[in-house]
Design a protein around this ligand. Structure first.
Ligand SMILES: C[S@@+](CC[C@H](N)C(=O)[O-])C[C@H]1O[C@@H](n2cnc3c(N)ncnc32)[C@H](O)[C@@H]1O
Length: 247
C-alpha cells in the first residue's frame, strides 16, 4: 500500500503520516511545514481524532501532573515545589491548544502558547486557556525573556518532518535553571539508525547532558500516541516522554 507520494507506509523516512501532512519528511523546510499547518488548522482536531485517535497530549500531561501534583498530595522530588497556579508554563508547538485544554482544568493558570503557525495559534487562543500566544520558530533564537519559565511542555512536535533535538537549546534558554522540559518524541524517530541520527534522540540529549546543560531525569517509553493505525499508517504508534531538567 502506498501514500499519495508513492512511498510505502513502512518507509521510515516519508511513510506513515496523516494525509494532511502530504509530502512532509526530513527534507521539508520550515516554511513549507508552516504552510501545511496554516491550511490544516480548522480541521486538525477532528482529523487526528477521526483518523489515528491521537493522544500524545494526554501522555505528556499525565507525566506533567505526576511531576507537579496538587498541593494536598505528596509529589515526586523533581517538580513538586510550588502551586500549579504559580508556575509559568510554555506549551511548545502548542498547535490548536490540546495541551492547554488539559492542563488549565488541573490548575495550571499561567500557560503561554508558542507555535510558528498563526492559524494554529489562533485556534489555541479561542480556548481561553492561554495567557499569551507567541508566534516563533523553534529553529531560531527565541525572542522571549530568557530564564523566565518554570516548565516547558511539548506534545507532537518532535515527529517526522518537524523539529529535531537541535532546537532544544533554544527551548532551554527560556527555562529557569532547575525548570523542566517534558515532551514527546514519536517512537519511529528512535527506531531506525537514519532517523535517530537525523532527529538526535537520544544521542543529542546525552551530549547536552555531558556538557552540563541539562539532566535527563526520566525517559518513559511506550506511552500511547496514536491509538489507531488510521489511513496512512500500518500500525498504532507509541511515543517516548522525556523529562529533562535545565541545569
Ligand atoms: C502535530 S502538531 C501538535 C500540536 C499540539 N501540541 C498537539 O499535541 O495537538 C505540531 C505543531 O508544531 C508546530 N511546529 C512545527 N515546527 C515548528 C517550529 N519549527 N517552530 C514552531 N512551531 C512548530 C506546528 O505548527 C504544529 O502546530
Amino acid at each position: 500500500m502506498s501514500n499519495s507520494d508513492g512511498h510505502s507506509n513502512s518507509d521510515p523516512i516519508t511513510g506513515g503520516r496523516h494525509e494532511s501532512l502530504g509530502h512532509v519528511g526530513i527534507e521539508t523546510s520550515d516554511g513549507d511545514l508552516r504552510n501545511v499547518y496554516e491550511r490544516w488548522a480548522t480541521t486538525f482536531n477532528q482529523d487526528i481524532e477521526d483518523d489515528v485517535k491521537y493522544v500524545g497530549h494526554l501522555s505528556v500531561c499525565q507525566v506533567v501532573v505526576q511531576y507537579f501534583p496538587k498541593e494536598e498530595s505528596s509529589g515526586t522530588s523533581q517538580g513538586s515545589k510550588g502551586q500549579r497556579s504559580s508556575l509559568k508554563v510554555i506549551d511548545i508547538g502548542a498547535g490548536t491548544g490540546l495541551v492547554g485544554s488539559l492542563l488549565a482544568p488541573e490548575g495550571f493558570s499561567q500557560i503561554d502558547a508558542l507555535d510558528f503557525s498563526p492559524k494554529m495559534l489562533s485556534k489555541a487562543g479561542e480556548l481561553g486557556v492561554y495567557t499569551s500566544l507567541i508566534e516563533a520558530n523553534l529553529n531560531e533564537e527565541l525572542k522571549i525573556e530568557k530564564s523566565s519559565y518554570d516548565l516547558a511542555i511539548s506534545a507532537g512536535t518532535f515527529t517526522l518532518g518537524h523539529v529535531t533535538a537541535k532546537c532544544i537549546p533554544n527551548i532551554l534558554s527560556v527555562l529557569k535553571p532547575g525548570g523542566l522540559f517534558i515532551f514527546t518524541v514519536r517512537e519511529d524517530l528512535m527506531q531506525s539508525e537514519e532517523l535517530k541520527k537525523f532527529y538526535g534522540f537520544p544521542e543529542y540529549l546525552k551530549e547536552l547532558e555531558s556538557v552540563g546543560v541539562l539532566e535527563c531525569v526520566e525517559q518513559k517509553d511506550e506511552m500511547p500516541y496514536h491509538l489507531l493505525a488510521g489511513k496512512s499508517f500500518d500500525r498504532a504508534l507509541n511515543c517516548t516522554v522525556f523529562v529533562c531538567k535545565k541545569l
